[in-house]
Design a protein around this ligand. Structure first.
Ligand SMILES: *Cc1c(COP(=O)(O)O)cnc(C)c1O
Length: 232
């Protein structure tokens, strides 16, 4: 694992290394390397630190705070219009309009009121944004996400009643548990709901996630280095 990167560390080289590891894990699992999308997580890093990844040709990025993304990404998207931005952190209903305007994919749909607000905003604005349902696979009280037992009915409500473009499921396993159990559970819930997308795996476990069928891995530290402390 890459840790303690100093500023100026070669982000393009880190990206290549992560992509090579993804390709190796995919091949080992009998999967095509292109079936795995790398979401480069630039949260807590300034826009200048994300530019080298964009200049290297990378196009899929993730941010976990709406306000931070609103500060950083309009300028980056203007310079690199093909960049696609995923929201991977919590979304409050009062930020849905701005989130639907900025993000291309919302990975953290986890409550009916939020799902309804997103659907209404997409209808109002005419924008279509792919959605992932966040599942709290570890059933952690403090963590966002739909409980596994409630996921089938929640997916049905989002897809059939609200007509949200639900692409798949997303999870963040508990930090102190073997992630593979959670990856396998997420894969099973997606399978029985006929969903293809699986957003799972971070710096410490993305290769295992690829082995369990991840279509999206969300990697920050291995690309951009250790995050500076969060400010405000
Ligand atoms: C920060 C974050 C990541 C990336 O974490 P790393 O360990 O730095 O790769 C992935 N997913 C979510 C939801 C995150 O908040």
């Amino acid at each position: 694992m890459v840790t303690n990167l100093e500023p100026g560390t070669d982000i393009a080289a880190n990206l290549l290394a992560v992509k090579a590891r993804i390709a190796e894990a995919a091949t080992a699992a009998g999967r095509a390397p292109e079936s795995v999308n790398l979401v480069a997580v630039g949260k807590a890093h300034p826009g200048e630190r994300i530019v080298p990844a964009l200049e290297a040709g990378h196009r899929i990025f993730g941010e976990n705070r709406v306000q931070e993304a609103l500060n950083k990404w309009p300028a980056l998207k203007e310079a690199f219009p093909e960049a696609r931005l995923h929201l991977i952190g919590p979304l409050q209903r009062n930020k849905v309009r701005r989130a639907v305007a900025l993000f291309d994919v919302i990975e953290t749909v986890d409550r009916l009121k939020l799902a309804r607000a997103i659907a209404e905003e997409m209808n109002r604005s005419g924008e279509r944004r792919s959605c992932f349902i966040q599942v709290n696979t570890g059933e952690e009280p403090q963590k966002a996400g739909v409980l596994p037992a409630d996921t089938d009915s929640f997916v049905a409500a989002c897809r059939d009643d609200l007509e949200l473009p639900v692409e798949g499921l997303m999870c963040i396993p508990p930090i102190d548990e073997e992630p593979s159990l959670h990856f396998a559970l997420l894969r099973e819930i997606a399978r029985r709901n006929g969903l293809d997308g699986l957003s799972m795996g971070m710096t410490s476990d993305f290769e295992a996630a690829v082995g369990f069928g991840a279509t999206h891995v969300r990697v920050g530290t291995a690309i951009f280095g250790v995050r500076p402390p969060f400010k405000g």
